[in-house]
Design a protein around this ligand. Structure first.
Ligand code: C5J
Length: 219
C-alpha cells in the first residue's frame, strides 16, 4: 500500500479506496478581473496551484482513480443562497465573467486547465463545505472511497470546511500544500499547520510530488 511522507506522520492509503477532491478551482476565484480580485485579493496566490494540480490530475487519472470536482455557487434566482451571505454583497451581481458565483455563468465554472473530464463528478455546492446540502456523501459511498486527497481553494475557507466535514464523517484526508491556495500567505501557512496539528487533528499534509512518487513506487 502506498505511504506518503506527510505531516504529522506518514499517510498510508489504498488507491482503490481513495478519491481526489478538487475544490472550487473556479474562474471567479482564480482569474485576474474576477470576483476574487475585485475584493482586493492577489489571485496569483491561488493561480500558482494550477500547474501542480494539472500534473497531479494527469498522474491520478493515469491510474484510473476517481476525481470529484466542486464549484461554489447558487441557482440563478439565488433561492439557495443564505440571506446572511447575500447581504455581504457580490453574489448574483454582474461581474467581469457574468453574474458572480451563479451556476451556468462563465465565472462560476472551473478554469480551462483543470476542466473536469466527462466521466468525473462535479458537485455544485451552496456553502463553503462540500458536504453541506450536496450529494457528496452518496457519491463517495458509491465510489467506495474511504480516504480523500484534498486540493483546491481557498485553504482556510472551503478546503478547511470540507476537510473538517470529511473528518467528522470518518474520512482520513491528505491535503496537498502546493495544490491548495489562500489569498493570504499567513492563512496558507497557519491553515496547513492547523490541519496536521495534534497528531493529525483533522488531516495530513504533504505535497503533490511526494504523493505522485508514492503512487509510482507501488506500480
Ligand atoms: C471562498 C472558497 N473563499 N472556495 N470560497 O469564499 O474558499
Amino acid at each position: 500500500m502506498p505511504s506518503v511522507d506527510a505531516l504529522p506522520h506518514p499517510f498510508t492509503f489504498d488507491p482503490a479506496e481513495t478519491a481526489l477532491l478538487v475544490i472550487d478551482m473556479q474562474r471567479d476565484f482564480l482569474l485576474p478581473g474576477g470576483f476574487g480580485e475585485s475584493l482586493g485579493n492577489d489571485v496569483s496566490q491561488l493561480s500558482r496551484t494550477i500547474e501542480p494540480l494539472s500534473a497531479l490530475l494527469a498522474a491520478w487519472r493515469s491510474y484510473g482513480l476517481p476525481v470529484i470536482h466542486t464549484r461554489e455557487g447558487h441557482l440563478p434566482d439565488l433561492s439557495d443562497c443564505p440571506p446572511a451571505k447575500l447581504r455581504k454583497g457580490g453574489i448574483g451581481e454582474q461581474g467581469a465573467f457574468g453574474r458572480i458565483l451563479v451556476r451556468g455563468e462563465y465565472g462560476h465554472d472551473i478554469v480551462d486547465e483543470l476542466a473536469p473530464l466527462e466521466d468525473e463528478v462535479v458537485i455544485d455546492k451552496p456553502g463553503k463545505g462540500a458536504f453541506y446540502a450536496t450529494e457528496l456523501s452518496e457519491v463517495i459511498e458509491k465510489l467506495g472511497a474511504k480516504k480523500l486527497v484534498v486540493t483546491g481553494v481557498t485553504t482556510e475557507v472551503c478546503v478547511h470546511t470540507t476537510v473538517r466535514e470529511a473528518n467528522d464523517r470518518g474520512f482520513d484526508c491528505l491535503v496537498l500544500s502546493d495544490c491548495v491556495g489562500s489569498y493570504f500567505p499567513e492563512f496558507q501557512r497557519v491553515g496547513l499547520e492547523m490541519i496536521a496539528a495534534q497528531g493529525a487533528i483533522f488531516g495530513w499534509v504533504a505535497d503533490s510530488p511526494t504523493l505522485i512518487a508514492a503512487l509510482q513506487e507501488q506500480k
